[in-house]
Write a protein that binds this ligand. Structure first.
Ligand code: ATP
Length: 294
């Protein structure tokens, strides 16, 4: 289904470098389509450096006039832990995660990070502390360096190289005659699906946010590439509070906690072993692994 996350960085930076053409135009209008009701509150202040302890308290949210997708959601996520959200398509996993960077505003209840209501933080300071990895990687016509530095505008060469190394893009860069100055896109090198994912990961290493959202929508990557990317994502998640919209059994098993979401809200939560012991949705989903991975 997918309400997808808009790139959260400064729009002005995007306008300058964004490629022309239909696809570019579509994305560009999406960027400008910020919801008028989501803005800094008059009393909003910049968030301090967050540890990433997240709480949803009686959260309610629905799209338009429809029945709320989420109602009475209570969830406490300790700082630094990895939480996997599983459940049938349309249950609201993506919606739940998209409330955190305030792509949509809660209609009831509240969300806090480190005890601070996210509506009391400026949007920029909130979003600067959340990294998002999704299938659809946002690239622009420019060099590899510029595309990686999009994670943190103004980053130094050493930091860009370090992020590339941690995302294991360094091997590829070393093989390119122009290295980081190689253009990507139509006039330069075309990146494979796996390389795009790595670029997205490099951006987040550079941004170094305390909170991470991983959207594991079914991917077009082959199993081997996927396994290698998975390793980098595990490293990226280390020490960050990580919310995963999970589609891979491996991710789910390794999560500190699994939250099972169905149409009526949170059905259960616990570790893989705990949930398997219960006669609930998780056991049925694990039995029908194909469904969990769908
Ligand atoms: P999936 O695993 O398929 O991504 P999900 O559990 O993440 O599903 P959501 O994408 O959060 O589910 O969708 C929850 C419900 O909200 C669905 O009924 C969906 O149709 C609806 N929905 C999602 N995005 C929008 C939107 N932008 N406008 C209106 N309804 C939406």
């Amino acid at each position: 289904v997918g309400v997808f996350f808009r790139p959260v960085e400064k729009i002005s930076a995007v306008i300058e470098t964004y490629p022309k053409g239909i696809a570019g135009f579509r994305r560009y209008t999406e960027l400008l389509d910020t919801r008028p009701d989501i803005a800094d509150a008059p009393d909003a202040t910049p968030a301090p450096k967050l540890r990433g302890e997240i709480r949803y308290e009686k959260v309610r949210f629905g799209y338009g006039e429809n029945r709320p997708v989420l109602d009475g959601i209570d969830l406490a996520i300790p700082a630094g832990k990895t939480i996997a959200f599983v459940g049938p398509s349309g249950a609201g996993k993506t919606t739940l995660c998209s409330l955190l960077p305030r792509f949509y505003e809660v209609q009831g209840g509240r969300i806090t990070i480190d005890g601070i209501d996210i509506r009391k933080m400026t949007l920029a300071s909130l979003r600067a502390q959340i990294g998002i990895v999704q299938q659809d990687v946002f690239l622009f016509a420019g060099t590899l360096r510029e595309n990686i530095a999009y994670g943190r505008l103004g980053a130094s060469e050493a930091d860009i190289l370090d992020a590339a190394r941690r995302a294991r893009l360094d091997g590829m860069i070393a093989q390119l005659p122009e290295g980081l100055d190689t253009l990507i896109g139509e006039r330069g090198v075309k990146l494979s699906g796996g390389q795009k994912q790595r670029l997205a990961i490099a951006r987040i290493f550079l941004k170094n946010p305390p909170i991470l959202i991983l959207d594991e929508a079914t991917s077009a990557l082959d199993t081997e590439t996927e396994r290698a990317i998975q390793q980098s994502l595990t490293e990226l998640a280390e020490g960050r509070t990580t919310l995963v919209i999970a589609h891979r059994l491996g991710t789910v098993r390794n999560a500190d906690r699994i939250v099972v979401v169905d149409r009526d809200g949170i059905e259960a939560q616990g570790t893989h072993e705990e949930l398997l012991r219960q006669d609930g949705l998780y056991r049925r989903l694990s039995g029908a692994q194909a469904e969990l991975l769908a």
